[in-house]
Design a protein around this ligand. Structure first.
Ligand code: PRP
Ligand code: URA
Length: 208
């Protein structure tokens, strides 16, 4: 699928293995997730627009680059929060919006409870952050909301994606690029990704 990009850097694979491990405690889970987010940020922004500028080194004049495209990060609460720190570390100018969604346990449909995004989404690269892309209901709803607010260049960044969720996003939003560290096997009857890493929000915040 042309809009799906798997980030398979060896260091990302190593970290994902640690996150999948049920024995990894919350404090370590958070730290690894943050480190992975920085590694992912490099791949996701590889084609970011830059502008050439003139600078002076201590020795002579030369040319350099500055980022010429605003970046807006939009974590889906709660689990998306775990990726924000790592992205901000390498994109310090990024503005951050928030979308509050949780999945109804019975219907697996997303229930929205909070939206707050920066103005001027139109010319920005908008990166939706959510570790888990399962049925794709939450991701699809978040994308629709951001488009309604004017976003035109949206990427969906996940750690682990199920084929069902990828298909949903590709079908409903064919213009959106999906970045993930792993395309997993599928979903169980309760909508959890297999092999997955469990409930990402619970593991980040210690609420399991
Ligand atoms: C998880 C995850 C995604 C959603 C993915 O959130 O962080 O937002 O499920 O599932 P979907 O693709 O089937 O919509 P959850 O509803 O568990 O909320 P939480 O982050 O607050 O725990
Ligand atoms: N949400 C999670 O946190 N984990 C899954 O496996 C699916 C949805």
């Amino acid at each position: 699928m042309e809009n799906v990009f798997v980030i398979d850097h060896p260091l990302v694979k190593r970290d994902l293995t640690l996150l999948r491990d049920r024995g990894t405690p919350s404090n370590l889970f958070r730290a690894i997730l943050r480190r992975m987010a920085s590694l992912m940020a490099y791949e996701v922004t590889r084609d970011l627009n830059v502008k050439e500028v003139g600078i002076k080194t201590p020795l002579e004049k030369t040319r350099g680059s500055v980022v010429a495209q605003p970046v807006i990060l939009v974590p889906i609460l709660r689990a998306g929060l775990g990726l924000v720190g790592g992205f901000v570390e390498v994109i310090p100018d990024a503005r951050v919006g928030h979308i509050g969604l949780y999945r109804d346990e019975d219907t697996l449909r997303p229930v929205d409870y909070y939206f707050k995004v920066p103005k001027n989404l139109k010319n920005a690269l908008v990166l939706i952050l959510d570790p888990m892309l399962a049925t794709g209901g939450s991701g699809s709803a978040a994308i629709a909301y951001l488009k309604d607010k004017g976003a035109r260049n949206i990427r969906f960044v996940s750690l682990v994606a199920a084929p069902e969720g990828v298909e949903t996003i590709v079908k409903t939003h064919p213009d959106v690029k999906i970045f993930t560290c792993s395309l997993d096997r599928g979903l169980n009857r309760r909508g959890y990704i297999l092999p997955g890493l469990g409930d990402a929000g619970d593991r980040i915040f210690g609420t399991e």
